[in-house]
Design a protein around this ligand. Structure first.
Ligand code: UDP
Length: 242
């Protein structure tokens, strides 16, 4: 029996699936027979919603997501306000590992792209040790995208994880999907660095209090300009404009 597809809700003009559990999302990613459903999973946070409002290219790319999920407390709150349901935040840096964990049973083919050569090699080692079927990996400092297209062509993966940061990773994924639409793609930002142990996430207490963004701001004060822009999101939320 197939699962009914989750119906997206528009938040500030960007479609987001109002997931109420991780299992609900995973059912959209891996079908009941264990097969990976081709598409594109994108984490939607307030920053991306604001960018989409001012940049049509970003808007178009986000609109192509088949699994747009809320990764940011602002988007979760807006979803809850609109749907009246208890939607949850799903952290992209955890989700890709959940998806890969579920891919082990069927040995779905996985390609990893992004991060520094040492980091991606470490990630390959960690995931292969866990029995994830990584068929190829490529660091994120290639000169020509042809390298990536060739890699996908040769390995025909079920899952492609891309860690180049936004919007670079989303742009590459959109291009790859034009010629290789049989894979599930997910952009994961700096998550390879987290898995390799180079970058620490906020302690769990901060995550539980929905203050991971604040922790990140304190560790990278140069993000302050980006955070100020988020007041615009808050204003739209409070005035029911989202
Ligand atoms: N990166 C890359 N190639 C590039 C630029 C960046 O592989 O040309 C990698 C970088 O090594 C890091 C990730 O992309 O692992 C970017 O992480 P960041 O935290 O900046 O992304 P965000 O989560 O903020 O989108």
């Amino acid at each position: 029996m197939s699962n009914p597809k989750t119906t997206p809700v528009l938040i500030g003009g960007v479609a987001v699936n109002p997931y109420e559990s991780l299992e609900q999302l995973l059912a959209d990613v891996i079908d009941s027979s264990g097969k990976v459903v081709p598409g594109m999973a994108i984490a939607i946070n307030p920053e991306k919603v604001l960018k989409a409002q001012s940049d049509p290219q970003t808007h178009d790319i986000l609109a192509q997501a088949t699994i747009p999920f809320a990764d940011g407390i602002g988007v979760v709150k807006a979803l809850q306000k609109k749907t009246g349901k208890k939607c949850i935040r799903i952290a992209g840096c955890e989700l890709w590992l959940d998806i890969l964990q579920h891919s082990i049973t069927h040995q779905s083919k996985v390609v990893l792209i992004g991060a520094k050569p040492k980091v991606i090699a470490q990630c390959n080692g960690i995931l292969t040790d866990k029995k994830v079927n990584v068929v190829a990996y490529q660091d994120g400092y290639f000169n020509d995208e042809v390298v990536i297209f060739d890699l996908i062509q040769q390995t025909t993966p079920d899952i492609v994880i891309v860690a180049l940061g936004s919007p670079k990773q989303e742009k590459l994924i959109a291009k790859l999907r034009e010629t290789h639409s049989d894979s599930l793609y997910m952009g994961v930002g700096g998550s390879f660095d987290v898995l390799a142990g180079n970058v620490k996430r906020a302690p769990e207490i901060w995550q539980k209090m929905n203050l991971e963004w604040f922790y990140r701001l304190m560790s990278e004060p140069t993000r302050i300009k980006r955070q100020f822009q988020l007041l615009n999101f808050l204003k739209q939320y409070l005035t029911n404009k989202l």
